[in-house]
Design a binder for this molecule. Sequence first.
Ligand code: COA
Length: 154
Amino acid sequence: MIRDYRRGDAEATLRLFERAIAETARAEYTQEQVAAWLGVGQDVGEWHADRSCVRTFVADEDGTAVGFTDVDDGGYVDRLFVSPDHGRRGIGAALLDHVIEVARREELPVLSTHASLVARPVFERAGFEVVERETVHRGAVALDRFLMRRQVDL
Ligand SMILES: CC(C)(COP(=O)(O)OP(=O)(O)OC[C@H]1O[C@@H](n2cnc3c(N)ncnc32)[C@H](O)[C@@H]1OP(=O)(O)O)[C@@H](O)C(=O)NCCC(=O)NCCS
Protein backbone atom coordinates (compact mmCIF):
# COMPACT_ATOMS: atom_id res chain seq x y z
CA MET A 1 0.00 0.00 0.00
CA ILE A 2 1.30 3.46 -0.90
CA ARG A 3 0.05 6.20 1.42
CA ASP A 4 0.94 9.74 2.49
CA TYR A 5 3.85 10.17 4.91
CA ARG A 6 2.94 11.05 8.51
CA ARG A 7 4.85 12.16 11.64
CA GLY A 8 5.10 8.60 12.96
CA ASP A 9 7.12 7.58 9.86
CA ALA A 10 10.04 9.91 10.62
CA GLU A 11 12.28 7.55 12.59
CA ALA A 12 11.56 4.51 10.38
CA THR A 13 12.14 6.36 7.09
CA LEU A 14 15.37 7.94 8.36
CA ARG A 15 16.75 4.53 9.38
CA LEU A 16 15.57 3.03 6.07
CA PHE A 17 17.33 5.85 4.17
CA GLU A 18 20.59 5.20 6.06
CA ARG A 19 20.42 1.44 5.49
CA ALA A 20 19.48 1.76 1.81
CA ILE A 21 22.60 3.85 1.21
CA ALA A 22 24.96 1.84 3.43
CA GLU A 23 23.78 -1.56 2.17
CA THR A 24 22.01 -1.33 -1.21
CA ALA A 25 23.80 1.61 -2.81
CA ARG A 26 27.07 0.09 -1.67
CA ALA A 27 26.71 -2.25 -4.69
CA GLU A 28 27.64 0.66 -6.97
CA TYR A 29 29.55 3.07 -4.69
CA THR A 30 32.71 2.67 -2.63
CA GLN A 31 32.71 2.72 1.17
CA GLU A 32 34.19 6.22 1.03
CA GLN A 33 31.41 7.41 -1.31
CA VAL A 34 28.74 5.85 0.90
CA ALA A 35 30.16 7.62 3.97
CA ALA A 36 30.23 10.95 2.10
CA TRP A 37 26.61 10.45 0.92
CA LEU A 38 25.43 9.65 4.45
CA GLY A 39 27.23 12.68 5.91
CA VAL A 40 27.20 13.28 9.64
CA GLY A 41 23.81 11.72 10.34
CA GLN A 42 20.54 13.58 10.63
CA ASP A 43 18.36 14.57 13.52
CA VAL A 44 14.85 13.00 13.33
CA GLY A 45 13.15 16.37 13.88
CA GLU A 46 15.01 17.98 10.98
CA TRP A 47 14.37 14.92 8.85
CA HIS A 48 10.63 15.16 9.56
CA ALA A 49 10.63 18.88 8.69
CA ASP A 50 12.32 18.11 5.36
CA ARG A 51 9.87 15.31 4.56
CA SER A 52 6.95 17.61 5.33
CA CYS A 53 8.12 20.37 2.91
CA VAL A 54 7.31 18.15 -0.07
CA ARG A 55 4.73 15.48 -0.85
CA THR A 56 6.24 12.34 0.66
CA PHE A 57 4.74 8.88 0.09
CA VAL A 58 5.42 5.73 2.06
CA ALA A 59 5.22 2.10 0.95
CA ASP A 60 3.55 0.43 3.92
CA GLU A 61 3.61 -3.33 4.39
CA ASP A 62 1.43 -4.43 7.28
CA GLY A 63 2.16 -1.26 9.23
CA THR A 64 5.90 -1.19 8.48
CA ALA A 65 7.43 1.52 6.28
CA VAL A 66 9.43 -0.40 3.66
CA GLY A 67 10.11 2.45 1.21
CA PHE A 68 9.40 6.10 0.50
CA THR A 69 9.62 8.72 -2.20
CA ASP A 70 8.58 12.33 -2.71
CA VAL A 71 7.75 14.99 -5.27
CA ASP A 72 7.77 18.78 -4.99
CA ASP A 73 5.49 21.32 -6.66
CA GLY A 74 7.87 21.55 -9.63
CA GLY A 75 7.78 17.79 -10.24
CA TYR A 76 11.23 17.11 -8.77
CA VAL A 77 11.61 13.68 -7.16
CA ASP A 78 14.33 14.07 -4.55
CA ARG A 79 14.21 10.70 -2.78
CA LEU A 80 13.48 7.10 -3.63
CA PHE A 81 14.55 4.60 -1.02
CA VAL A 82 13.54 1.02 -0.26
CA SER A 83 14.56 -1.07 2.72
CA PRO A 84 17.38 -3.51 1.84
CA ASP A 85 15.22 -6.26 3.38
CA HIS A 86 12.49 -5.58 0.79
CA GLY A 87 14.52 -4.83 -2.36
CA ARG A 88 13.88 -6.10 -5.88
CA ARG A 89 10.19 -6.80 -5.27
CA GLY A 90 8.83 -3.88 -7.27
CA ILE A 91 8.36 -1.49 -4.34
CA GLY A 92 10.54 1.20 -5.96
CA ALA A 93 8.51 0.82 -9.18
CA ALA A 94 5.21 1.04 -7.28
CA LEU A 95 6.36 4.23 -5.52
CA LEU A 96 7.24 5.82 -8.88
CA ASP A 97 3.90 4.74 -10.39
CA HIS A 98 2.22 6.53 -7.51
CA VAL A 99 4.25 9.72 -8.12
CA ILE A 100 3.33 9.61 -11.83
CA GLU A 101 -0.34 9.24 -10.94
CA VAL A 102 -0.12 12.20 -8.53
CA ALA A 103 1.66 14.25 -11.23
CA ARG A 104 -1.21 13.52 -13.66
CA ARG A 105 -3.82 14.45 -11.07
CA GLU A 106 -2.02 17.65 -10.13
CA GLU A 107 -1.18 18.50 -13.75
CA LEU A 108 2.60 18.50 -13.37
CA PRO A 109 3.79 18.21 -16.98
CA VAL A 110 7.36 17.04 -16.25
CA LEU A 111 8.97 14.92 -13.53
CA SER A 112 12.71 15.07 -12.93
CA THR A 113 15.24 13.54 -10.57
CA HIS A 114 18.91 12.97 -9.89
CA ALA A 115 19.15 9.19 -9.91
CA SER A 116 21.93 7.18 -8.33
CA LEU A 117 23.71 4.46 -10.29
CA VAL A 118 21.53 1.90 -8.47
CA ALA A 119 18.25 3.76 -9.08
CA ARG A 120 18.76 4.60 -12.76
CA PRO A 121 17.21 1.35 -14.12
CA VAL A 122 14.20 1.75 -11.83
CA PHE A 123 13.55 5.28 -13.12
CA GLU A 124 14.14 4.11 -16.71
CA ARG A 125 11.52 1.39 -16.36
CA ALA A 126 9.13 4.09 -15.12
CA GLY A 127 9.69 6.05 -18.34
CA PHE A 128 12.39 8.51 -17.22
CA GLU A 129 15.21 9.28 -19.65
CA VAL A 130 18.77 10.29 -18.87
CA VAL A 131 19.47 13.95 -19.68
CA GLU A 132 23.08 13.84 -18.53
CA ARG A 133 25.51 12.12 -16.23
CA GLU A 134 26.81 14.39 -13.47
CA THR A 135 29.49 14.27 -10.83
CA VAL A 136 28.72 15.93 -7.50
CA HIS A 137 31.18 16.49 -4.68
CA ARG A 138 30.55 15.82 -1.01
CA GLY A 139 33.66 17.31 0.51
CA ALA A 140 36.58 15.75 -1.33
CA VAL A 141 34.55 12.75 -2.51
CA ALA A 142 33.03 12.59 -6.01
CA LEU A 143 29.69 10.83 -6.61
CA ASP A 144 28.23 10.07 -10.02
CA ARG A 145 24.51 10.38 -10.69
CA PHE A 146 22.11 10.95 -13.60
CA LEU A 147 19.83 13.90 -14.26
CA MET A 148 16.65 12.24 -15.59
CA ARG A 149 13.32 13.53 -16.87
CA ARG A 150 9.92 12.15 -17.79
CA GLN A 151 7.03 13.85 -19.56
CA VAL A 152 3.63 13.27 -17.98
CA ASP A 153 0.60 12.76 -20.25
CA LEU A 154 -1.98 15.07 -18.77
C1 COA B 1 16.80 2.18 -6.02
C2 COA B 1 15.82 1.50 -5.07
C3 COA B 1 14.86 2.53 -4.49
C4 COA B 1 15.01 0.45 -5.87
O1 COA B 1 14.05 -0.14 -5.00
P1 COA B 1 13.44 -1.60 -5.33
O2 COA B 1 12.19 -1.74 -4.56
O3 COA B 1 14.50 -2.62 -5.18
O4 COA B 1 13.11 -1.42 -6.90
P2 COA B 1 12.36 -2.41 -7.88
O5 COA B 1 12.10 -3.73 -7.22
O6 COA B 1 11.22 -1.68 -8.48
O7 COA B 1 13.48 -2.58 -9.01
C5 COA B 1 14.62 -3.37 -8.75
C6 COA B 1 15.82 -2.80 -9.49
O8 COA B 1 16.53 -1.88 -8.66
C7 COA B 1 17.94 -2.07 -8.82
N1 COA B 1 18.45 -2.67 -7.56
C8 COA B 1 17.72 -2.98 -6.47
N2 COA B 1 18.53 -3.52 -5.52
C9 COA B 1 19.77 -3.53 -6.04
C10 COA B 1 21.02 -3.97 -5.56
N3 COA B 1 21.15 -4.49 -4.33
N4 COA B 1 22.09 -3.85 -6.35
C11 COA B 1 22.00 -3.32 -7.58
N5 COA B 1 20.81 -2.89 -8.12
C12 COA B 1 19.71 -2.99 -7.34
C13 COA B 1 18.10 -3.06 -9.97
O9 COA B 1 18.07 -2.33 -11.18
C14 COA B 1 16.81 -3.87 -9.83
O10 COA B 1 16.45 -4.50 -11.02
P3 COA B 1 16.88 -6.06 -11.23
O11 COA B 1 16.42 -6.77 -10.00
O12 COA B 1 16.16 -6.44 -12.49
O13 COA B 1 18.38 -6.02 -11.34
C15 COA B 1 16.57 0.77 -3.92
O14 COA B 1 17.45 -0.15 -4.51
C16 COA B 1 17.36 1.68 -3.02
O15 COA B 1 16.85 2.19 -2.02
N6 COA B 1 18.66 1.87 -3.38
C17 COA B 1 19.62 2.58 -2.56
C18 COA B 1 19.35 4.05 -2.47
C19 COA B 1 19.30 4.74 -3.78
O16 COA B 1 20.20 4.65 -4.61
N7 COA B 1 18.24 5.51 -3.93
C20 COA B 1 18.01 6.33 -5.07
C21 COA B 1 18.49 7.71 -4.81
S1 COA B 1 18.16 8.64 -6.27
